[in-house]
Design a protein around this ligand. Structure first.
Ligand code: HEM
Length: 564
């Protein structure tokens, strides 16, 4: 009664919603107009207006809550960023956008600033908290999710030797083994009656199984043989997790797992074991797709973590540390070597079992996701550019005429193969955007970047920038790698593997496996588009994947007999 008296005095209970509305409008005005214009430390950067992402009405309605987030996730990765680059970044090479709940983000296009942040100031930038926490449910604590720059550097140093060219080159047989199994698996999909016409095959699921087999056989001695086992638990779990990472699904999952306490529970061992137990009992719900999605994603995350734990338990040295069962040269073997007691004790954090397990899952996911997409898109581009495909077949055939498993140096020296793959990675990078958060306040190229600012690196937009790559930047022209535009600095303008201390640790491995797999496929099959006018259908996600599983017409080349 007492509380309501002032409102009554102002004209009855209508005053309550009126006050709430007034508070909201004031907050909106402050956050969306006054703060960004007059107070924000980022006010030197031009702002991309919300109207660039929605119709004016929707911008007014949704903008305050979602910022440009919904526009970024609902569209095709890289397209809206191209618009920002063209229209708003000209002056300083950076653009200010809004993330959810009015958080300002800085989109960085300028290669000089990019280099200064990533290469020179690497310790000062970490993965954003809002990104790390939900991801921990799937990956645990590992290279993608650790908060401390020191821990990240140590984890990075531990795995780097395993990805060295020398170590990789000594293991090419593993890649050939999988590539040949892939050739056999694809050949089995073509019925004898289809030998002249070929059949339309969704290539992405096959590429993802091949990528999974390669990373697991290389990094651990766990070889899921996902290409041969249609019911591979791990392959199915990863596929489910990846399918839930786009647009609204990602948003809803993020909100649910941000419920205080839920995230920590789900990522703990009792948590994921409970989830696996309970989700196995839940039948598919006929009522709610969303509920099914949540259950299947949680179940998949739990399965992946259980398999990672099995790998760790089975293969780590016995309790006395006497007999290491890690496969020689494997990522985890190299990491384990670095875990000698005296070294580990000198770190300011504990290299716990959780951390080793998180690394196992992180490498599995990192090696699986973008590589599967890149293999699929390379095949798409070859199907759409038959001359490039034929030229590649001739090149690979002459290099493999006397040896069906040439050493990596030979594969590496194939110029056209290199052009074909680099061009595909440039136009459709597996990871289209990268986010980092400033861990300290500093000036970069004369601009103030306050601690906590989320920086957004639009990889795809930079890779296809017309001012750098020329007016045909968005066209697939592998020959551009033979005659690169004058003054082009590939290190700055090709960012598919990102750069600096957060750049891809598996770049050499990825390029090597792409080359071996594509070389094997192209000498055994001919690829055509599945239908006229086919274009890649991309989902926006952490990893860009083909929405339609990338159907292509595949015909076995008769003159090869068996897999070359
Ligand atoms: C074509 C395939 C690949 C592409 C395009 C790619 C691209 C990238 C990009 C852009 C990043 C930075 C992501 C971020 O920080 O948000 C990254 C990070 C990483 N990638 Fe790759 N990647 C590929 C394959 C691989 C493979 C096969 C591995 C092997 C395990 C791998 C391991 C990693 C790791 C460990 C990181 C984290 C680096 C760090 O934060 O220190 N990647 N990759």
């Amino acid at each position: 009664m007492v509380l309501s008296q002032p409102f009554m005095a102002w004209g009855g209970y209508w005053a309550i919603p009126a006050v709430v509305l007034l508070a909201f409008v004031s907050l909106f005005f402050y956050r969306c107009v006054f703060y960004p214009m007059y107070l924000s430390p980022l006010r030197y950067a031009s702002r991309a207006p919300l109207s660039a992402s929605f119709s004016p009405f929707l911008s007014f309605l949704l903008g305050p809550f979602s910022g440009q987030f919904l526009a970024v996730t609902k569209g095709e990765a890289g397209i809206i960023q191209d618009d920002w680059l063209e229209r708003y970044a000209k002056d300083k090479g950076v653009v200010r956008v809004l993330g959810p709940a009015w958080t300002e983000r800085l989109v960085v296009f300028n290669p000089d600033i990019w280099r200064k942040i990533l290469v020179e100031g690497h310790d000062n930038y970490i993965k954003p908290r809002t990104w790390r926490n939900p991801l921990k449910i799937f990956l645990g604590e590992g290279i993608f999710t650790v908060g401390s720059p020191e821990c990240h550097t140590v984890l990075r140093k531990m795995i780097n030797p395993a990805f060295s060219l020398i170590n990789l080159a000594s293991q090419t047989d593993r890649f050939y083994e999988v590539a040949e199994a892939l050739v056999d698996a694809v050949a089995e999909q073509i019925e004898p009656a289809q030998s002249s016409t070929g059949c339309v095959l969704s290539v992405y699921p096959w590429m993802s199984r091949a990528a999974l087999d390669i990373i697991c056989s290389f990094a651990y001695s766990h070889y899921p043989k996902a290409l041969r086992d249609q019911h591979s638990e791990l392959a199915m779990a990863l596929r489910t997790s990846f399918s839930a990472q786009n647009g609204w699904k990602q948003l809803i999952l993020t909100i649910v797992i941000s419920i205080p306490g839920l995230g920590s529970f789900l990522k703990s061992e009792p948590g994921w074991r409970t989830v696996e137990f309970i989700t196995a009992l839940i039948p598919q719900s006929p009522l709610s797709d969303l509920f099914d999605l949540f259950v299947s994603v949680m179940k998949s995350a739990a399965i992946t973590r259980r398999i990672a734990k099995d790998i760790m338990d089975r293969e780590r040295p016995d309790s006395l540390g006497l007999t290491s069962k890690w496969q020689t040269g494997s990522v985890i073997a190299v990491m384990e070597n670095d875990l000698e007691r005296d070294k580990a004790d000198s770190y300011r954090f504990k290299i716990s079992e959780d951390l080793v397990m998180g690394q196992i899952v992180s490498l599995m996911v990192a090696g699986y996701g973008p590589t599967s997409s890149s293999m699929s898109w390379t095949l798409y581009f070859l199907a759409a550019n038959k001359d490039a495909q034929e030229r590649l077949r001739q090149e690979v055939r002459s290099a493999t005429a006397n040896n069906s498993r040439p050493e990596y140096q030979t594969i590496k020296s194939l110029k056209w193969l290199d052009c074909v793959i680099m061009e595909s990675l440039r136009i459709l990078p597996g990871i289209p955007d990268v986010y980092l958060e400033a861990n300290t306040t500093e000036h970069v190229a004369g601009m103030l970047i306050p601690k906590g600012t989320v920086l957004y690196f639009p990889v795809r937009a930079v890779n296809t920038s017309k001012s750098v790559w020329g007016p045909d930047a968005e066209e697939y022209r592998p020959e551009r790698w033979l005659n690169r535009p004058a003054g082009l600095n590939v290190r700055d303008s090709f960012q598919s593997f990102f750069s600096g201390s957060h750049g891809c640790a598996g770049k050499t491995l990825a390029i090597m496996e792409l080359k071996i797999v594509i070389a094997k496929l192209i000498t055994n099959f001919e690829f055509d588009l599945a239908y006229e006018g086919q274009v890649p259908k991309l989902t926006y996600a952490f990893v860009m994947i083909p929405k339609d599983d990338m159907p292509l017409r595949v015909r076995r080349l008769q003159d090869t007999g068996c897999s070359e």
